[in-house]
Write a protein that binds this ligand. Structure first.
Ligand SMILES: Cc1ncc(COP(=O)(O)O)c(C=O)c1O
Length: 310
């Protein structure tokens, strides 16, 4: 990585108060508990051996977008790690809606989390109780607002997405976030907004919390999600492109192909459709297809919100 030292680093917004010292309620194992009382023991299996899976959901005008898809992915992620949640996706949907109402949230983030408890210290989680918590709080920005509008700057990380036979890459689990945490810290220290991760073969993969799209000759090109998360937003954007007559090529993409890209953007629940204005010392214009797809995404969200069960 060289050049392009940022004149004005765009650090992500810090939380204004620690996450354990807030008011309100958290849904924990089937009941609402006071926010500060939602605690776990230090000898929890999930904390030691990463038997922990989670979701990130976004609430628009009181409605969680794609709620059932997220609840199903939480259940599937747990299964990938060898444990079953004691709640069905439909039961988790119901709990999430009740929580959003109880917290009086309009625009918010929801974090469901499941982990194995204290009944065993063996590496195998067999016999450990599976806990589930759901917390929700007012919408936090992933990036400073001006970075969001002007486009974010990514630094290519030295950490890579692992091959699918060395990590549970389809699960949204704590284990696979260690790489992202290292990559994003390094990127932020170097003055960038986020990191671009390559995969184990050296091909383009994704950012630390979002999938990657390139625009080449008016078509979308996106890496095959065979060793990282196939995001719900990614699938929504691919469907939108189909509707809008934009061709989509899902294929292995080498980093050198960034030279042919007229635009780059990221997709994710928190990022929505986020333009990228630089990767290392390559720069990209912002606007174009990314802006069209962001508008379409927001229209899709608004339509889903207007017709949703509350
Ligand atoms: C590593 C990673 N990749 C991709 C995504 C995008 O997934 P989604 O669109 O389902 O939010 C996320 C966000 O959950 C993520 O953390």
């Amino acid at each position: 990585m060289s050049g392009a030292a940022p004149a004005e680093p765009t650090a992500p917004l810090a939380a204004s108060e620690p996450f354990d010292e807030r008011d309100g309620v958290i849904w924990l194992d089937g009941a609402f508990v006071p926010w500060r009382a939602a605690r776990l023991h230090v000898l929890s299996h999930g904390l030691h051996y990463a038997t922990s899976v989670f979701e990130g959901e976004r609430v628009y005008d009181g409605v969680v977008f794609k709620l059932h898809a997220h609840s199903e992915r939480l259940c599937a992620s747990a299964r990938e790690l060898g444990f079953e949640l004691p709640w069905s996706a439909t039961e988790l949907d119901r709990a999430t809606r009740a929580l959003v109402r109880a917290q009086h949230l309009r625009d918010a983030y929801v974090r469901p989390l499941a982990w194995c408890g204290t009944e065993t210290m063996s590496v195998s989680p067999r016999g450990a109780r599976v806990h589930v918590a759901i917390a929700a709080w007012p919408w936090p920005h992933v990036f400073a607002p001006e970075a969001q509008l002007r486009g974010v700057r990514l630094a290519t990380a030295r950490w890579r997405r692992p091959p699918p036979d060395t990590a549970p890459v389809r699960a949204k689990g704590a284990a696979t976030y260690a790489t992202g945490a290292l990559a994003r810290q390094a990127a932020e220290r170097a003055g960038y907004d986020d990191a671009l991760l390559l995969d184990h073969r050296g091909l383009l993969a994704e950012a630390t919390g979002a999938n990657l799209f390139l625009v080449i000759d008016g078509a979308l090109h996106t890496p095959v999600p065979d060793c990282f998360l196939d995001g719900i937003t990614r699938r929504t954007v691919i469907a939108a492109a189909g509707r809008l007559g934009i061709r989509v090529h899902e294929r292995p993409i080498a980093p050198a192909e960034l030279d042919r890209a007229s635009e780059v953007f990221l997709t994710g629940t928190a990022y929505e459709v986020q333009p990228v204005r630089a990767i290392d010392d390559r720069t990209f214009p912002v606007g174009g297809l990314g802006a069209t797809l962001l508008r379409d995404y927001r229209d899709t969200v608004a339509a889903a919100t207007a017709s949703a069960d509350r």
